[in-house]
Design a protein around this ligand. Structure first.
Ligand code: ZN
Length: 126
């Protein structure tokens, strides 16, 4: 049930094709007025995107390739591993009768594991 609630909020039922920042993937505000639609949430993201494309050109990378800092990749793998453990624990817990307090603890563990990924902002490789 929780999965459905979260999924429907993320999908944005009123805006099926929600526009997102090309750099950080943050949802862009509703478009107001005429002119070109926004592609970035901030000047900072526009700058990082430009720098990234310049570096990709220098390294002759294709559109599907990117350079990522090892520390960013390691941190991402760490966060994914914690989330994987939380999902497995929660799935196993839900197979048993749980008290309300145990259910709350399981949900808190899952949220604590998911939050770093939900809050994550990737920086450009410097
Ligand atoms: Zn952005």
């Amino acid at each position: 049930m929780t999965e459905n609630v979260v999924a429907s909020e993320c999908e944005g039922s009123e805006a099926p094709a929600e526009r997102r920042c090309r750099w950080c993937r943050f949802p862009l505000p509703e478009r107001t007025g005429r002119g070109r639609p926004r592609e970035f949430c901030s000047q900072r993201c526009r700058q990082w995107d430009w720098v990234s494309r310049q570096r990709a050109r220098e390294l002759a990378l294709s559109d599907g390739e990117l350079v990522m800092a090892r520390t960013e990749l390691d941190a991402l793998h760490d966060d994914l591993y914690v989330l994987e453990c939380a999902v497995a624990d929660t799935r196993r817990d839900l197979d048993h009768d749980m008290t309300k307090a145990e259910l709350r603890d399981a949900l808190r563990w899952l949220l604590d594991a998911a939050s770093p990924l939900a809050d994550r902002k990737l920086a450009a490789a410097g």
